[in-house]
Structures are given as C-alpha cells and as structure tokens.
Design a protein around this ligand. Structure first.
Ligand code: EPZ
Length: 417
C-alpha cells in the first residue's frame, strides 16, 4: 500500500473541482439493479468503494462500463441473488444490496457488511424495516438470507433513529413493493434526495425525500436513465479545512451551498470568509485561526459526523478551545492519537473531545485508521512544520479521488509513494 509524504507550511491557492459524492453514488449504483436496461451516471467519483460496487454489480451479472467519471450499468442481465463474503466485507454500504436484490430478483443471500471501524455498526434497523415490507430473514453462520415469498408489500415504517443506510434500503425496496410505504423519522441527508431523484427518473414514485416523512407508491416497471451524482459535501468540507489550516484563499468548483449550511458557520467562527457565486465557493482564511466553539454532530441538517475529523484539524491550530461532541458513532476519535503526535493538545472524554489550539504542529510519522480520519491527518500535515508521512492511503482512496493530486494542484507539497 502507498503512503503520503506532506511538506507542511505552504500557502495554497487556485481552484479545485469537488468530486461526486461517494455516499450518493454507492446507494444509487445498488438501486440501478431495479432498472430493466441501461443507466448512465455522470460525475461518478473514481474511488475504491465505487470499484467495490462495480465488482458486486458485475458479480450479480450486470454489465458495467467505466469511462472516467461516467459509469454505465445495464442490469438486464442481472442473474443471481448472492454476494459472497469477500465482496460484502469491502464496504459498509454493501448491505444496501439487500433491498435492491429483494426488489429486483425477490431474494438475497448476503453476509454482514464491512466498512470503517467506527464502533459497532449494527444493521437492526435495516433488517426490521425490510421485514415490515414482507421480507423473511434468516441469519445462519454469518449469512443473511432474505426471501419474499409473497413479494414485497408497502408498510408504515417508523425509524427509531434516522439511519441513512436504513432509509436508503427501505426506499429502494419499497419502490417496487405493492402499495404505499410511509417512512417516518427518515434520514434527511442530500444523498437520500439524490437517490430518490434517480429512482423517480427510472419510474418510481417517491415523495418527501429530504424530509422526515417519505411516501413511496410502489411501481412495477423501471427503466434506466441518465443521472448526475451530486457533489461530495464532505470532500468540500475537507478542502475548506485545508484552506483554513494554511491561511490560504482557494476556490472550490461544484459545491451546493445548502448542503454545507451547518459547516460554513464553523469556518466563519474560526475567522474564515466564505463567499458563493452559483456553484463556486471562495474561502479566504486568516493566518491565525480562532477556535470553532462547540461542534456537536447530529443527523442532517445538523453538523455531519463525517466532517468532524477534518474540522478537528482546523481546531487543533485555532486559538482557544473547541469542543466536539460526537453523537453518531461510538468510536470516531481514532485520529486524536495521531493529531497528538503532531503536537496537538486534545483530550477525549467519552463522546466529547476538548481541543486546545496550539500555535504550531510539527511533523511526525502517522498511521491512518479510517476514511475521514486519514483525510484529517493530511489536512493537519499541511500546516505542520516539516515532512509528515501518513501510512497507508488505503482508507483515503475509499472516499477521496486523488487527494494528493488535488492538494498538489492547489500548491501543497504532497507525494504519494
Ligand atoms: C452513512 O453510514 C454514511 N455511509 C457514513 O459515511 C455516515 O457517517 C453515516 O451515514 C451518518 O451520516 C454511506 O452513506 C455509505 P447510519 P450509515 O445508518 O448508513 C446506527 C463516510 O465516512 N445504526 O445513519 O452506516 C449506527 O451504528 C461514512 O463516508 C443502528 O444502530 O450510517 C450509527 O451509530 C462513514 N442500526 C448511527 O446509527 C442500524 O440498523 C448512524 O448510522 C443502522 C444504523
């Protein structure tokens, strides 16, 4: 596996285009199983998690072609309903194929999914919801067998937690169920809306995506269509963090302001100036950042848990105390130990991390532990004096398309070895 070598202390400048959203592309690729023929996806990011999805789709018998950021999926040759464990373990969102296979072929044989270790990542809400839609599920030797002998039937489903993945699984399965499905306490992330937009273009009837209550009228026939993936709001937040820690002014192209409504105020509190011109954002950061105050992660439209690590890199060099409260995942502070190697002053107590900003960080050999944490280490390294080595880019490549190239094009000294 490769490593990143980052020489810190450089001021950045210029413009970067934000990639398509990983967390939108993954469920949409699973949903493409429902379409009788070909779907074409534009702005699909080139990531290892997308490669994993392509492996699963091809294993299931779909024809998939990739040309840069355009991905074509033809599910007319979809033939089997099982996904072997090595493929299921590649990422968390492989569990979405339960709903997609139940809706398209009527059964599924999967195992428990993989994904970043952010604490236990149960799938109870996925399973209980699919049962409500008529699925019979047996768990044996780590295998999950889904059957729907009487087909899927619409149902009222109230989620005890607005789980993103469970909401997506329900939307996909219910799109072809007989009758109406009403989801209450649904996740409201923009990636849910993007999934619903794609499925509606294929012939689904989904209303209320992006709200807490979603109503789905089942439909029988779905036809592939063209769909552009929305930009990745977490990658945008990560590049904003790179600007902040280097006191730089950069322009980000392909940004949707409303997706960042909970993130922008944190940067403004730290002293950054953020301006928009249509889908372009200009962020101008001061040489000396202030603290970010209190940041608590909550379901959308609140502050996203995925941006917690990148913004902690900003807080690490902001003057004063920033307090993080991580309310979504049980163990999402693995980057703290690595930040401390750079000289950061951070104390973790349960779900709270208390960050006392320091004047300067100093390079050190670092170990990446999960996807967003590894991006946050790269951001912190941009401001650390000296050359920081980050061992392995394996996690990074799951969610960031060529982050080394993007940062180098902005003037950073980043080498992948
Ligand atoms: C999605 O994960 C994202 N992944 C995550 O991004 C993101 O952090 C998360 O949503 C929250 O926004 C993808 O979209 C592929 P959840 P997901 O179901 O669907 C608990 C990244 O870095 N829960 O909303 O797994 C769960 O344990 C990744 O891009 C249950 O208890 O998130 C967690 O504590 C990391 N039972 C909380 O809900 C369930 O059945 C949020 O999980 C499902 C979830």
């Amino acid at each position: 596996m490769s490593k990143l070598l980052i020489d810190g202390g450089r001021v950045l400048g210029g413009e970067a285009k934000v990639q398509g959203s990983k967390n939108s592309a993954l469920p949409i690729l699973a949903a493409s199983l429902l379409a009788k023929n070909e779907s074409v996806f534009f702005g699909c990011p080139r990531l290892s998690d997308v490669d994993s999805s392509v492996k699963i789709l091809r294993y299931l018998g779909c024809k998939v072609a990739q040309d840069g950021h355009t991905l074509t999926v033809n599910s007319s040759t979809l033939g089997i309903d099982d996904i072997p464990e090595p493929l299921m373990r590649l990422m968390r969102s492989s569990i979405i194929y339960a709903g997609a296979l139940l809706a398209s072929v009527g059964s599924a044989r999967l195992t428990f999914p993989g994904g970043c270790e952010l604490g236990p990542r149960p799938i109870d809400l996925h399973l209980s919801s699919l049962k409500k839609l008529g699925a019979e599920i047996t768990e044996r030797h780590g295998e999950l067998i889904f059957k729907a002998p009487k087909g899927l039937k619409g149902s009222k489903i109230s989620l005890s937690f607005p789980s993103v993945g469970a909401t997506e699984n329900i939307i996909i399965a219910a799109s072809k169920a007989k009758g109406t499905t009403i989801i209450t306490n649904a996740a409201r992330e923009p990636e849910i809306t993007d999934l619903a937009d794609y499925l509606n273009s294929c012939g689904a009837h989904i209303e209320g995506a992006g709200e807490g209550t979603i109503v789905i009228e089942g439909r029988e026939h779905f036809y592939g269509c063209c769909h552009s993936i929305i930009p990745d709001r977490i990658v945008a937040a990560t590049l904003m963090s790179a600007s902040a820690v280097t006191g730089s002014e950069i322009i980000l192209d392909s940004v949707i302001k409303s997706h960042l409504d909970a993130i922008i105020p944190c940067f403004e509190q730290a002293g950054c100036d953020v301006k928009f011109d249509k889908q372009k954002m200009k962020i101008n950061s001061p040489k000396r950042l202030k603290s970010l105050g209190l940041i608590r992660t909550t379901p959308y439209p609140g502050f996203p848990t995925d941006a917690q690590a990148p913004l902690m890199a900003v807080a690490a060099v902001g003057e004063g105390i920033t307090v993080f409260s991580e309310n979504i995942f049980e163990s999402r502070y693995k980057h703290v130990g690595e930040f401390i190697r750079l000289g950061a002053d951070i104390k973790v107590e349960g779900k709270v991390a208390l960050v006392q900003g320091v004047k300067k960080l100093y390079s050190a050999p670092l170990c990446a532990k999960d996807l967003r944490g590894s991006a946050a280490l790269a951001v912190a390294a941009l401001s650390a004096e000296g050359t920081t080595e980050i061992d392995t880019t394996e996690y990074l490549e799951r969610g960031y398309e060529e982050l080394d190239v993007v940062l180098s094009n902005l003037g950073a000294s980043v080498k992948k070895i």
